[in-house]
Design a protein around this ligand. Structure first.
Ligand code: PA5
Length: 422
């Protein structure tokens, strides 16, 4: 295990936490053996225990074609059908001047301006589209895809070859359309929910098309899944799940995922969806919110320190203490920074994490710190699985079904009624 969890600022807030270990191991056992609610939705673990190398190779081959032929790949999807890919691509890409093709996401909201300007931006470029929808009926991606499909058909003789559809194996409107047009398709397995699907072709194709190593990503997760098979209650995923449950029962209502490296911002958003949709039901769950530090310390930091007491906090940081540009001495010290000479950015960032965690502890905000050894595909795969397993365990401890999301339907029904659809 290379992803580490420091609980030293969480445990002092919990009484008799060890007494919960039996319940944690019981819930963990249910995840391992199919004793959870919706046991038919545990494919996100099973697919790692039985890796399908041929599938990974097939995705790599299609991604190579996209990399050779496309200026832009537009990935159309919402929720679990895009957040994982966006998170990994953001984490692995350089900040500036990323490699081609450009990978753009669409159909993840209903902004009129975004989708209009996207079509204008694509003009004159070689475009591929990966449309991703497990149900194949979600309005946001369906609308975006209609315009993108027409865009391709009006401009390219091989339009249908430029579309890859990732959807259910047999049902849904998108499956029917893909079969009719002869698109290449990948399947979102029946036993993997959207927010658990980043390591299926849902995430793997956009990530591979951006030039990243999906085999290492996948096998990083495989290592984490195998490592959890015989894990004890002190395994980071299980300890975290148990602590979260204990805080929930003690009346805390919000968990902040505070990322200390901007490249991990997307991973925070992915975590936010994974935890919000998996736990937030039946009047239960910690409300998950991701923040980016130190940026957000200068916005909501005031509230976290001194506002209403609601929070537990997960810091997500990189082991990068020695990294980055280092301050040196300047003659005459015009900016008054010479007292910090010898300080690299990484050391300043580490001090910001430690100082914030300590200040928040004094402000009655318990925290964990997750430390990634580095950002690469393998480490991200490990982190992804660790968080997936933890939420399956904590949701099971709460007694909810971590794999459904009935509440998401409510807005859709009202929206469709307003649009005049039955
Ligand atoms: O986790 C989930 O299941 C959801 O967030 C879905 O991913 C999201 O609603 C998109 O659904 P679909 O892929 O069916 O379009």
């Amino acid at each position: 295990m290379r992803l580490s969890l420091d609980r030293s600022r969480a445990l002092p807030f919990l009484t008799d936490r060890d007494a919960l270990d039996g319940a944690v191991l019981d819930a963990h056992g249910k995840v391992l053996t199919g004793g959870t609610r919706s046991p038919e939705m545990l494919g996100w673990r099973q697919m790692l225990l039985e890796p399908d190398d041929a599938l990974i190779e097939s995705v790599q081959n299609v991604a190579s074609e996209i990399r050779e032929r496309a200026d832009v790949l537009v990935c159309v999807g919402i929720g679990g059908s895009y957040l994982g890919a966006e998170a990994v691509n953001q984490a692995l890409a350089p900040y500036f001047g990323a490699d081609s093709p450009e990978v753009i996401f669409a159909g993840h909201h209903l902004s009129p301006a975004y989708h209009e300007q996207l079509l204008a931006y694509l003009e004159g470029k070689s475009v591929y589209v990966n449309v991703i929808s497990k149900s194949g009926t979600t309005l946001e991606p369906a609308m975006a895809f209609r315009f993108l499909r027409r865009f391709l058909e009006e401009r390219f003789d091989d339009a249908d070859r430029r579309v890859i559809a990732t959807t259910d194996k047999s049902s849904g409107v998108l499956r029917g359309l893909a079969d009719e047009k002869g698109y290449r398709t990948y399947v979102v397995p029946d036993d993997v929910g959207g927010r658990f699907s980043v390591l299926t072709p849902v995430g793997l194709l956009p990530i591979a098309a951006a030039g990243h190593d999906i085999r290492s990503l996948f096998y990083g997760a495989v290592g984490a899944a195998r490592g959890l098979t015989d894990a004890g209650a002190d395994h980071p995923a299980l300890a975290y799940a148990g602590d979260r449950f204990a805080f929930h029962e003690a009346g805390y209502s919000v968990e902040l995922m505070s990322v200390m490296e901007a490249k991990l911002r997307g991973l925070g958003y992915w975590w936010q969806q994974l935890y919000g949709e998996s736990e937030g039901k039946e009047g239960k769950g910690l409300f998950p919110v991701t923040l980016q530090y130190t940026t957000d310390l200068h916005s909501v930091g005031q509230y976290v320190q001194e506002g209403k007491r609601l929070f537990v906090e997960s810091f997500l940081r990189l082991d990068d203490e020695k990294a980055g540009l280092t301050l040196d001495e300047e003659p005459d010290n015009p900016d008054q920074l010479n007292d910090l000479a010898g300080t690299p950015y990484g050391a300043a960032n580490k001090a910001a994490w430690e100082g914030t965690a300590e200040a928040h502890r004094e402000g009655d905000v318990p925290s964990w710190t997750w430390t990634l050894p580095r950002i690469d595909a393998d480490a991200l795969g490990e982190a992804i699985y660790t968080f997936e397993h933890a939420v399956a365990v904590s949701g099971t401890m709460l007694g909810v079904d971590p794999f459904n999301q009935p509440g998401v339907e409510a807005y859709k029904k009202k929206m469709f009624r307003l649009l005049g659809r039955d």
